[in-house]
Design a protein around this ligand. Structure first.
Ligand code: FES
Length: 66
């Protein structure tokens, strides 16, 4: 499902970015498209997906924090 229409990325892209260590929406945008959000309508959904990823793989998020 498309999450960001301005940049054209999907929930899969956000999950992949989270798996590669992105922990904030800003990090996700930079990793996927090399720039920040434009209209910011998708930021709440990106945050929600990052939260889901942290619940699904908490050890990965702890490892990245160290
Ligand atoms: S919909 Fe993502 S920045 Fe506009």
């Amino acid at each position: 499902m498309y999450v960001c229409l301005c940049h054209g990325f999907t929930d899969r892209d956000v999950r992949a970015a989270a798996a590669q260590g992105c922990r904030t929406p800003g990090a996700v945008y930079r990793a996927i498209c090399g720039e920040g959000a434009r209209c910011c309508k998708c930021v709440p959904e990106v945050r929600s997906l990052l939260r889901e990823a942290s619940v699904a793989s908490p050890m990965q998020f702890l490892d990245a924090a160290e």
